[in-house]
Design a binder for this molecule. Structure first.
Ligand SMILES: [Zn+2]
Length: 275
């Protein structure tokens, strides 16, 4: 998709699954089940959506999926399904790992930074040898010292071996002309979203603030969120503003359309297909 001077491309790392109850927090199952049917282990399927932003010769990759550094037990628990892998998706649009200049991780949960690194000859190395990895300093610190409540979400091998290529950010930052990261607390304290603006058009990678389109409704907040009331405040601030701009919102885990245009209709914010 063209957005002003940018070319935006969805690149996928396949799908995985999480417990449906955890995905929808206080929303009862009879309601969420209509949006996302559960399997016999109460899991729902989630996409692993990443975004490639191309501006001239600059390639910016937002998120790196779940990767492949896991064993059979992990694959079974999370029902990881490849293909495609992120690397194959990138290749299909003509981008090799060495062509990626910037990687943005919205946060470091294992389903967002999996391909930051890969195993090669018995070692774990950065997947994108020439890239700078842009990560909030606070998120990095949480990931290295997680509380008991979030420990299962962070896997050091997925991100730490690329530390030498990391640029740590402190809050909102312009990454390239027209591309900004903005800290949106809630899911984690330092989660960052990505705003892309060009020629009066806006696209917004909203990360786990709104993981699927169903979470556009204010009370639909994951039980994974460390600060759910801050997620709520962030949504109430951000979504009306994005709807006023008719921004294109990219969801990290939506199985149907990966992006929708936000509009306000009769006081309610909804997504409509991007035409
Ligand atoms: Zn996620």
């Amino acid at each position: 998709m063209k957005l002003g001077n940018f070319d935006l491309q969805i690149v996928s790392d396949g799908t995985f699954a999480l417990d449906g109850g955890q995905m929808f927090g206080v929303v009862p199952k009879p309601l969420w089940e209509r949006k996302a049917p559960a399997d016999e282990r109460n899991r729902i399927q989630l996409s692993l959506t990443c975004l490639l932003i191309r501006a001239g010769r600059l390639n910016i990759l937002v998120e790196t999926g779940i990767g492949d550094k896991f064993d059979a037990k992990f694959r079974d628990i999370y029902d990881v399904r490849h293909p495609p892998t992120l690397l194959a998706s990138l290749e299909s649009v003509g981008v090799k790992p060495e062509d990626v200049h910037i990687v943005i991780n919205t946060h470091l949960h294992f389903d967002h930074c999996g391909w930051n690194t890969r195993r090669l000859g018995g070692k774990t190395v950065p997947t994108f040898p020439r890239a700078r990895y842009l990560i909030q300093r606070g998120e990095w610190e949480s990931a290295l010292d997680p509380s008991e409540r979030e420990r299962a979400s962070y896997i050091e091998e997925f991100f730490r071996p690329a530390e030498a290529q990391a640029d740590f950010l402190h809050g909102d930052t312009e990454v390239a002309p027209g591309v900004r990261v903005e800290v949106v607390p809630g899911h984690t304290r330092h989660l960052q979203c990505v705003r892309i603006e060009s020629e009066d058009e806006c696209a917004y990678f909203i990360s786990d603030t709104v993981p699927m389109a169903a979470h556009l409704a204010y009370p639909w907040i994951m039980s994974f969120d460390l600060y759910p009331m801050e997620t709520l405040a962030s949504k109430k601030r951000l979504l009306p503003e994005l709807a006023r701009q008719q921004a294109i919102v990219i969801f990290p885990h939506e199985m149907r359309a990966p992006w929708l245009r936000l509009v306000e209709r009769e006081g309610k914010i909804t997504g409509v297909p991007v035409t």
